[in-house]
Design a protein around this ligand. Structure first.
Ligand code: NDP
Length: 493
């Protein structure tokens, strides 16, 4: 290296969690690199916004076609970095593509100018509201669904007219880069969607970068709080999508085969590493035995590992959390009906189902994020609802009931409920996705998801002057008397 040459940026390796093999090397983007990316994004955002809704829609639909064409290649990158089965990776992409299609096709209708009735007192005004992009959105994503989850922000933010700087998890940087490369194809390389890679510090630099209009964060509650604190410094708005401890309620009249199938899929698929996966089941006494037997039969048939139902724990450290929860549940009197402590065999965890787990066990109170399903009996639906709501989290839930599904759903403190299904809400682009409490706030997906990435601007245009002005120093006492009289007549009864 000569004195004038800049030092090469530090790099890090991304690994296949099944084998530990290196599958990619990526730069650690530091503060200066992140700021440079945001600055490039700011000018790209002007170009992107200036295209107008129609042209953006065309380009986003072209991107959709590229993603469809490259679906298997991208799924391959997801498999390499997460270890999940290829069909799970394909499903993730299929759902993300459907969301992109929805966002592209609905942006203009949802965000375009709409008229608002001016009201009696302001009848001389033409009122309208429009939604303008923030400019640059910083998207910080997790590793468990490295395409589907960040695309819930990226697709909607782009459709709303923003540029995006995306910081993927350090475990899945290759997926982020591959996604951005496909987008670059349709905008001739303009930096409308860029990726910055690195560790938590790169994400923190994105929160601090001047010119960021909003941060969309998906990850753990603890990191979400750090992101909010960093954004508070510059009053940068945030969308925070965090974890969950999602319950499933199985009513006495439920279709037990369907409920057991959904509980096992919702609890075990993706090795349980699903923010809105099923972590606890509350089943009514009357059907508990039959339901549990069905769950056991299904879960016993599953295997983790190559060619199995699901892959490894993507993040090595998560194995210890799963082990701790299993051990705590058993030590407190829970009964393992599938697997047990011996099921934890890093990097894989075989299915574990534990019944009768005390509600203060960490397996019930904390997010496990592994293939552990807690099944507890309850005397009635009221108790199931009470226990479901007795957590700081409030992301999703599912309810199996033939007669009362929607009624029970309405009593749950959470952002989304699947009735006679599981996680179905995430695949419906028109439905908002997000939580309450420790699960965060703000919404991706649907009309709310588009508005999340735009700021409303209200415009009141005077069509003709009022004969008797009230917001002028020329107003008279008689004018005010008439106005108050009008309000008394209209609203006073
Ligand atoms: P983390 O909170 O560990 O990380 C999330 C992202 O934040 C990563 O890109 C991470 O980078 C980055 N990050 C870490 N520290 C900082 C910081 N100080 N400032 C800014 N960014 C930072 O979560 P995981 O990746 O482990 O994801 C799992 C969690 O995500 C679970 O709790 C899960 O429930 C939740 N989740 C929520 C979803 C939802 O929609 N509600 C959907 C999917 C997952 P790095 O990886 O490099 O450390």
């Amino acid at each position: 290296m000569t004195a004038t040459e800049a030092p090469a940026p530090a790099t890090f390796e991304s690994l296949d969690p099944r084998t530990g093999d290196v599958v990619g090397t990526h730069p650690v983007h530091d503060e200066a690199a992140v700021r440079a990316a945001v600055a490039r994004a700011a000018s790209a955002a002007q170009w992107w916004d200036g295209l107008g809704a129609d042209e953006r829609r065309g380009l986003l639909l072209a991107w959709r076609a590229v993603l469809v064409r490259k679906l298997d290649d991208l799924a391959g990158v997801v498999v390499e970095e997460t270890g999940k089965p290829i069909d799970d990776a394909r499903l993730e992409l299929v759902l993300a593509i459907d969301h992109l299609d929805w966002a592209a096709k609905h942006a203009e209708k949802v965000l375009g100018r709409r008229k608002v009735a001016p009201g009696l007192l302001m009848g001389n005004q033409a009122a309208s509201v429009t939604y303008r992009p923030y400019g640059v959105i910083g998207v910080i994503g997790p590793w468990n669904y490295p395409v589907f989850t960040p695309m819930g922000s990226i697709a909607y933010a782009l459709a709303a007219g923003n540029a995006v700087v995306f910081k993927p998890s350090e475990l899945t940087p290759g997926v982020g880069v591959a996604l951005a490369d496909t987008f670059a194809e349709i905008v001739d390389g303009r930096p409308v969607l860029q990726v910055v890679t690195g560790f938590g510090e790169t994400g923190a630099a994105l929160c601090r970068a001047p010119g960021i209009g909003k941060i969309a964060f998906t990850g753990s509650t603890a990191t979400g709080k750090r992101v909010m604190a960093a954004c508070a410094e510059s009053l940068t708005p945030v969308l925070v999508e965090c974890g969950g401890k999602d319950p499933m309620i199985v009513d006495a009249d439920a279709d037990l085969d369907a409920a057991a199938d959904a509980a096992v899929w919702g609890g075990m698929s993706n090795a349980g590493q699903t923010c809105a996966g099923v972590e606890r089941v509350y089943v009514l006494d009357a059907v508990a035995e039959e339901f549990t037997a069905k769950v056991v039969a299904k879960a016993r048939g599953l295997r983790a590992g190559s060619g199995g139902a699901y892959g490894p724990m993507t993040m090595a450290g998560q194995v210890d959390i799963v082990r701790r929860h299993v051990e705590d549940a058993l030590a407190r009197g829970g009964r393992a009906v599938v697997g047990g402590a011996e099921s934890v065999q890093p990097p894989f965890v075989e299915p574990v189902v534990i019944v009768d787990v005390p509600e203060d066990s960490s397996a019930v109170t904390e997010e496990t994020f592994g293939p552990l399903l807690v099944v507890n009996r309850v005397p009635d639906v009221d108790e199931a609802v009470r226990r479901s709501n007795a957590t700081a989290y409030g992301l999703g839930a599912s309810v199996f009931s033939r007669a009362r599904g929607e009624e029970i759903a309405g009593r749950l403190r959470c952002g989304m409920v699947a009735v006679n299904g599981v996680i179905s809400f995430a695949g419906i682009p028109g439905l908002p996705f997000g939580g309450v409490g420790d699960s965060g706030f703000g919404r991706i997906h649907g009309e709310d998801g588009l508005r999340e990435f735009a700021r409303p601007q209200a415009v009141a245009r005077q069509r003709f002057p009022l004969p008797v002005p009230v917001t002028s120093f020329s107003r008279t006492a008689a004018t005010m008397k008439a106005l108050v009289g009008l309000v008394r007549a209209r609203h006073g009864r």
